[in-house]
Write a protein that binds this ligand. Structure first.
Ligand code: NAD
Ligand code: DAU
Length: 353
């Protein structure tokens, strides 16, 4: 059996792909355009598996996507490819609309035609799984209840607006055409292989270099933190047991203020990398992100009661593992810092597809 995974060289997609290669006997076709956020070094051991096939392709390239579906005849697609960073979306929204909305539209059309042509029982078993975010629900006050699957959409950033657009397309392709879709909306992931533009890896790498730790605004914005391996397991469970047309929230049960996250990180770093202690001397308050959502919180009761999923990692143990991973993987860190992995990409993949 074959699964397609888009965004497989990114932070979450690579985790999903590594898990699938390590823990199943399926063939995994990973698709990625290798933007600045896609790093083939994140394939890890899976890079050498005969069950992993990498397709260097852009999801907006309809002909390539049709060719990939035809060639591999997948039983499902897990769609994670996206422009994912809120700050970048504020400075350059067009790429977000292009990849997140048009790219998802392209995949939906290609998948729909492919699905329509499938014989039974493959047709009934096919799934289009779309990975989305809690940011589509907007911002909560400190006393608001957590987001549920039925919370109305109110995206505030160009990133979340583009993800909301893609979510609506997925919903419509199920409702109108009957495509067997699954959708998940999850909170902030963290863990190994995370590109250092996001809060946690940026703080770890800056702290290791003795650079300032930039906290936006008053530092009191709240996020829910989900360890990436837990997220990947949730996605695999939804793929196997979720009901087509349904949406599932995925959360880490770990709401934290940003400033508390940074202080906890500094304490872990003081222990694991005492040379730079105390790291919290590096904390620097900086200008706030425009339109910065105040609080996200996620209610994942549906996933827990219907499919029996809960996060296994506590925030404190997950953070410790994450810091240790960055300390243990200076090659990955250096390649990302210097952009050297681009050379690796050119050497290994340019001109091959
Ligand atoms: P990421 O930025 O680390 O990775 C995205 C990957 O998609 C990269 O490898 C990039 O090269 C690839 N990509 C971008 N544009 C492409 C295109 N046009 N064609 C093919 N590939 C393309 O993102 P991530 O953090 O791994 O997020 C994965 C998915 O999960 C995204 O859809 C994101 O919206 C969603 N999500 C992320 C989080 C989080 O905390 N990171 C939380 C909720 C939802
Ligand atoms: O909630 C899910 C979302 O989480 C995903 O959909 C996005 O793809 C992912 O990037 C993430 O978005 P955030 O904007 O919440 O993540 P980020 O790491 O950029 O920021 C987390 C919080 O930390 C946010 O309140 C902004 C703040 N921050 C961020 C950076 C990069 C800082 O205070 N300083 C920083 O330098």
């Amino acid at each position: 059996m074959t699964l397609l995974v888009t965004g497989s060289a990114g932070f979450i997609g690579s985790c999903v792909m590594r898990q699938l290669v390590a823990e199943t006997d399926e063939t995994i076709v990973s698709i990625d355009a290798l933007t600045y956020a896609g790093n083939p070094l994140s394939f890890g051991e899976a890079a050498h598996s005969p069950r992993h096939h990498f397709e260097h392709a852009d999801i907006r390239d309809e002909a390539r996507m049709r060719g990939i579906f035809e060639k591999y005849q997948p039983r499902a697609i897990l769609h994670l490819a996206a422009e994912s960073h809120v700050d970048r979306s504020i400075h350059g929204p067009a790429e977000f609309v292009s990849t997140n909305v048009i790219g998802t539209l392209t995949l939906l059309q290609v998948a729909l035609d492919y699905w329509r042509g499938l014989p039974e029982p493959q047709k009934s078993a096919f799934r289009f799984q779309h990975i989305s975010t809690d940011e589509v629900f907007g911002s909560l006050s400190p006393t608001d209840p957590a987001f549920e699957e039925t919370t109305p959409y109110a995206p505030n950033s160009p990133y979340s607006a583009s993800k909301a657009g893609s979510d609506h397309l997925v919903r419509a392709w199920h409702h109108t055409y009957g495509l067997p879709t699954l959708m998940t909306n999850c909170s902030n992931n963290y863990g190994p292989y995370h590109f250092p533009e996001k809060l946690i890896p940026l703080m770890i790498l800056n702290a290791l270099e003795g650079k300032p730790l930039p906290v936006y605004g008053d530092g009191l914005n709240v996020r829910d933190w989900l360890y990436v391996e837990d997220h990947a397991r949730a996605l695999r469970l939804v793929l196997e047991r979720g009901t087509p047309g349904e949406t599932y929230n995925v959360g880490g049960a770990a709401e934290r203020k940003n400033i508390d996250v940074v202080h906890t990180l500094c304490a872990v770093l003081d222990e694991l990398h005492p040379q730079g202690a105390p790291h919290n001397r590096l904390i620097t308050y900086v200008k706030d992100r425009p339109g910065h959502d105040r609080r996200y919180a996620i209610n994942f009761n549906k996933l827990e009661s219907e499919l029996g999923w809960r996060p296994q990692e506590s925030f404190e143990t997950g953070l410790r593992k994450t810091v240790q991973w960055y300390l243990d993987n200076p090659d990955w860190v250096a390649s990302v810092r210097s952009g050297d992995y681009r050379k690796w990409v050119e050497k290994n993949y340019e001109g091959r597809n």
